[in-house]
Design a protein around this ligand. Structure first.
Ligand code: SF4
Ligand SMILES: [Zn+2]
Ligand SMILES: [Zn+2]
Length: 459
């Protein structure tokens, strides 16, 4: 694993770690968990958490009062939290929220404490770490009423459904998964993870509680977050390295902790495929394109300072035989660089590789000729973004520089491509208002395969 994981929710101050916290932090590192956020749940534990950050360079802290101790939240306690929050390496307010499962504090006290600490977080401009147990609707209502989206945060050890998760994401919150994701009976939680883009997810242990399988019932520790991340990788059809990279970037964005290599990628890995980012130019200006947000795909930064030469692309590939396939993709239209695609594809075919191109399908219009014969024998698979069942809809969402002629060119490209390329697929992004069934019928009528791409997972 090249990127280390971040355990975004630990209680290292717990008495259960009193005798061996050094060994626990060392074991985390040995297991690829390079950064730990230790979370306060009352004033003493907030003090202790801040103290731990001075002992370990890779430990960061949050301060806050858990709903169990909500009755202790008064002006004096809030003032003390404020002082603590100003210390170095304190990156969030939490954990705070509502716990109507154990009800250890009166519910009204919980609500007041939650609201007061959201206000504190807004005043200090720090994200929130939210604890929610059997109180989904009220947690959402209070977050909304208190303007929590201004600072965002994380729903730690998430236990709601997909609808709730999406509402939290819309409010600027990340969704964090702990050990329960690994429990065999917890299909419902895995369904939530399956239905969300990984770009909004974090992983955590909540140690010493909630050990993942197979340590359930034993003391949990940060090293075990790796097992939860492995389960997440299985659910998302990704590798552990993919999950580590994306969730670590998410932790970096939310809390400013951990490190992810964000140097621009010409060649980048997702699952067992190697992707090539050869241009940021595009025929389109798609409304949903992440290029206009941050140029990141699955944690890889793809904003090119300049377009690489064929020799630079080949150097970035290294030995391609480690991968199942090599894909011309990136943030831009690869077939705008037809000559480079041909040169690199020939080099790859010489090494027995499967070569795929993800394209907007307008290359014949752009180049003023049928370029497909020039790809014959060099490209095994072409995936064309069809995205709409008609030209007007396409133009509305993809904004082709070629105008509505772009769409006609895509249909013609799809009709022509199977003559030269062994496998041709049309795709459509599941955007609201797009008739996916109509796209499928159209693709099948053109004699090509069809695949829908989940919105938020594109790039
Ligand atoms: S989604 Fe693809 S085709 Fe659309 S603008 Fe972005 S890179 Fe270009
Ligand atoms: Zn909690
Ligand atoms: Zn906790």
């Amino acid at each position: 694993m090249t990127t280390s994981l971040v355990d975004t929710h630990a209680h290292l101050d717990s008495g259960q770690f009193r005798d061996d916290v050094d060994a626990v932090v060392a074991r985390a590192r040995e297991n690829g968990v390079g950064t730990i956020l230790t979370v306060g749940c009352d004033l003493p534990s907030s003090h202790a958490s801040v103290e731990l950050t001075t002992r370990f360079d890779n430990v960061w802290a949050s301060v806050g009062i858990h709903p169990h101790d909500a009755a202790t939240v008064d002006d004096v306690a809030l003032a003390e939290l404020k002082v603590l929050a100003a210390r170095d390496k304190v990156v969030a307010i939490g954990e705070i929220g509502l716990d109507f499962y154990r009800d250890r504090s009166p519910r009204e006290a919980q609500r007041q404490a939650f609201r007061a600490q959201i206000r504190l977080a807004r005043e200090l401009d720090k994200p929130l770490i939210v604890h929610d147990r059997d109180a989904h609707d009220e947690v959402l209502a209070i977050l909304r009423a208190e303007g929590a989206s201004e600072v965002g945060g994380v729903m730690h050890c998430f236990s709601g459904d997909l609808t709730m998760a999406k509402e939290c994401v819309a409010m600027g919150f990340f969704i964090s998964f702990a050990g329960p994701l690994t429990y065999p009976a917890n299909e419902a939680l895995r369904a939530v993870a399956g239905g969300l883009p990984i770009d909004v997810m974090l992983v955590e242990t909540d140690c010493p509680y909630l050990s993942p399988q197979p340590w359930r019932g034993k003391r949990c520790e940060p090293a075990m977050v790796r097992t939860t991340a492995e389960t997440l990788a299985t659910v998302k059809g990704l590798t552990l390295d993919d999950v580590a990279r994306v969730t670590s970037l998410n932790a970096l964005r939310l809390f400013g902790i951990g490190a992810v290599d964000q140097s621009t990628r010409i060649a980048y890995t997702i699952r067992n495929s190697l992707y090539l980012n050869i241009t940021n130019r595009c025929t389109n200006h798609c409304t949903f394109c992440a290029k206009f947000r941050d140029f990141t795909v699955k944690g890889h930064q793809l904003c090119l300072e300049r377009e690489p030469s064929a020799a630079e692309v080949i150097a970035a590939i290294g030995d391609p035989r480690r991968f199942e396939e090599v894909v011309f993709c990136g943030y831009g239209e690869p077939l705008l660089r037809l000559d480079l695609v041909r040169e690199v594809a020939a080099w790859l075919k010489g090494r027995g590789m499967t070569v795929r191109i993800n394209t907007d399908g307008q290359a014949n219009l752009v180049h003023g000729r049928n370029i497909l014969p020039e790809l014959q024998g060099l490209v095994d698979v072409i995936s064309v973004s069809l995205n709409a069942p008609d030209a007007a809809t396409y133009q509305r969402i993809c904004q082709s520089a070629c105008g509505e002629a772009g769409y006609a060119a895509i249909l013609e490209f799809l009709r022509e491509a199977p003559k030269y390329i062994p496998s041709v697929t049309a795709t459509a992004v599941t955007l609201p208002g797009i008739d996916i069934a109509a796209c499928r019928r159209l693709a099948e009528g053109l004699g090509v395969e069809f695949r829908e791409r989940i919105f938020n997972e594109v790039g």
